[in-house]
Design a protein around this ligand. Structure first.
Ligand code: MRU
Length: 364
């Protein structure tokens, strides 16, 4: 991703070669600020407080969190403690567990003296793999968008609706759901994005709008309740969302509100695709509703909203009567039957066990 003419990933090693730097996503879109992570505690805080967020980036940060922990103490006991602390930060996105397991499988086999160097090397590999996966999703998704554009007679603009932020900021680079959109824009298709604001944390309004703007992609932020209406008006050609965990049967767990968009898309014959990196498939479970833990976050994310005031200060404001109870389930499950297909790094497939097994035979 280019910001102000400079290429960035969303996570990288500092110049000293051991500290980890991230973009503080809690401050976007108002401030583009970096945070330096120097310890396991820093990595745990960054994930829990959502300075980094998005399934692939949570996984990458977890991998570097283990590296920072190993730097202080690479004993098996210390690594296992770090593993548990990182895994407990956010329960829903499976990429975190996937990345931590991948790291531990390598590190535990090695003599303690070799673990720090190996941890950094494997964390870097996880980041590079994520970039390659998302680049591939972008290519396969572009082919799909070219078909949708051709079917529309190449007239007007290609309207894509997305939910939350499944872009470059949610991954290491490119993004998942936004990668095909960047590809379409770069290929000259007049793409336009409806960006759901995505209450309560507004990742669509704050992050998706910001990164689409950096790339120059035309977009319009809408309230979460507007999508169904736009679909009824014929103003959405395709929906593409990300996913935090997809079961082997194809049930998709993603940011709260995704399910309602899929229902509206179903009712209006709008294709509903999910951009799905291989590591986001949880092959150990089948039924998303029964088997995925849904993160319940602080009710204050619902009772308050944060934004920039007239003086230029970013402040939280109360939007409910004092003392009002609020519930904050952060993810929901969209059953596979409502998903038209998956855009994976290995191609596009039907949202079913057979579809996933065709592309990932070694897992099936
Ligand atoms: O709570 P967040 O901001 O981590 O949730 C992010 C999402 O729901 C994304 O859609 C998902 O992680 C896919 S990101 C490529």
């Amino acid at each position: 991703m280019r910001i102000g003419g400079r290429h960035y990933r969303s996570i990288w090693l500092a110049e000293d070669g051991w500290a980890v730097e991230i973009i503080d996503q809690t401050r976007l879109p108002h401030d583009f600020a970096m945070v330096r992570l120097e310890s396991l505690d820093d990595a745990v805080r960054a994930i829990r407080e959502m300075e980094v967020r998005g399934a692939p980036l949570i996984g990458a940060t977890g991998a570097y969190g283990l590296s920072l922990a190993a730097r202080r103490d690479a004993s098996t006991e210390a690594l296992e403690t770090a593993y548990r602390a990182l895994l407990a930060t956010r329960p829903t996105a499976v990429n975190l567990r996937w990345a931590l397991d991948r790291m531990m499988a390598v590190l535990i086999q090695l003599p303690v003296a070799q673990r720090v160097e190996a941890a950094y090397r494997h964390a870097a590999d996880i980041c590079d793999d994520d970039v390659a996966i998302n680049e591939a999703i972008g290519r396969h998704g572009l082919a799909l968008l070219q078909q949708v554009w051709a079917a529309k007679g190449e007239s007007g603009r290609l309207n894509v609706l997305t939910h939350c932020n499944a872009g470059w900021l949610a991954a290491v680079d490119y993004g998942t759901a936004l990668a095909p959109i960047y590809g379409a824009y770069d290929a000259g298709i007049p793409v336009h994005v409806w960006a759901d604001e995505t209450r309560p944390r507004n990742q669509g309004a704050s992050l998706t709008a910001w990164e689409l703007g950096q790339h120059g992609v035309p977009h319009t932020v809408i309230v979460d309740n507007a999508g169904g209406h736009l679909m009824q008006q014929g103003l959405v050609d395709i929906c593409i969302t990300g996913t935090d965990r997809t079961t082997r049967h194809g049930d998709v767990c993603n940011k709260i509100g995704t399910y309602l968009k899929a229902l509206a898309a179903w009712d209006n014959n709008v294709p509903f695709y999910v951009a799905l990196p291989g590591p986001t498939i949880d092959w150990s479970i089948r039924d998303g509703l029964a088997e995925i833990e849904i993160e319940e976050r602080d009710p204050q994310e619902v009772t308050r909203i944060t934004g920039r005031n007239r003086e230029g200060h970013v402040v939280p404001v109360e939007i409910t009567p004092t003392g009002t109870a609020a519930a904050n389930p952060s993810f929901d499950v969209t059953p596979a039957r409502l998903v038209t297909g998956f855009i994976t790094d290995r191609g596009v497939c039907e949202a079913s066990e057979a579809g996933l097994a065709r592309l990932f035979p070694e897992q099936a």
